[in-house]
Design a protein around this ligand. Sequence first.
Ligand SMILES: C[S@@+](CC[C@H](N)C(=O)[O-])C[C@H]1O[C@@H](n2cnc3c(N)ncnc32)[C@H](O)[C@@H]1O
Length: 238
Amino acid sequence: MPSILQRAKAALTARDNGALNRERATVDLDAKLLQQVRPYSLASAKKLGNLKRLAASTTERSIEGDFVECGTYKGGSAAVLGSALTPGRHLWLYDSFEGMPEVKEIDGADAGEWVGRLRASDDDVREILTLVGLSPSQYTIRKGWFDHTFLQQLPERVAVLHCDADWHASVTVVLETFYPRVAEGGVVVLDDFGWWEGCREAFYDFCARHGEKPLLERVDCDQAYWIKGKTNNRTGQD
Ligand SMILES: C[S@@+](CC[C@H](N)C(=O)[O-])C[C@H]1O[C@@H](n2cnc3c(N)ncnc32)[C@H](O)[C@@H]1O
């Protein structure tokens, strides 16, 4: 039977390991990849590095499924996901490429300024995916509003869902459509949790509707992520 002192020491060690592990969440993206994707992404190096780490972790943990990104813009974060693709996985990319859609009050006071901004082209996306070494057979670009493109054939199983769609309505339809397809142990990344009020509200509304209580982790000022089905950090791993 361990003494109180031994148990306290073990608890402290576990806590320190957890802290070390959270440090690891900020691993740098490979310098060449970062240089390549920088002109094609709005996301910080820290968030892109974490996205890559999480995508790679699904392979290390043998989680089945494809990688999905909703909100692709010029394709920078998509290319980071693509750089972690392994044989058998496919990359699905969804965007209207027509700029940010209309907002509602729930999206917050500053959101309206962004309506119509962030126009891009699916050619930008193809360009950066080619640059990082992907072939067209490895990815599908679904161009159009989510309400329409989500009605087309969807990936059966999802290992990584990267939701970078900012507004309440967009984040809601992404979670409602893809969350049931995320495998146990798969990762959901919300890019805008700490930035746009509508994204945060959409997350909490979704959780309330479905009785979900995700173990939410944070990186940088805005990214949030969780691993489906994970209930604690006692193993010090994610
Ligand atoms: C912040 S940008 C994505 C940034 C990108 N992931 C990067 O690496 O920089 C958000 C994108 O979401 C797209 N978007 C938002 N709501 C959408 C909707 N309902 N349907 C289609 N695209 C949408 C916009 O067109 C925009 O390109």
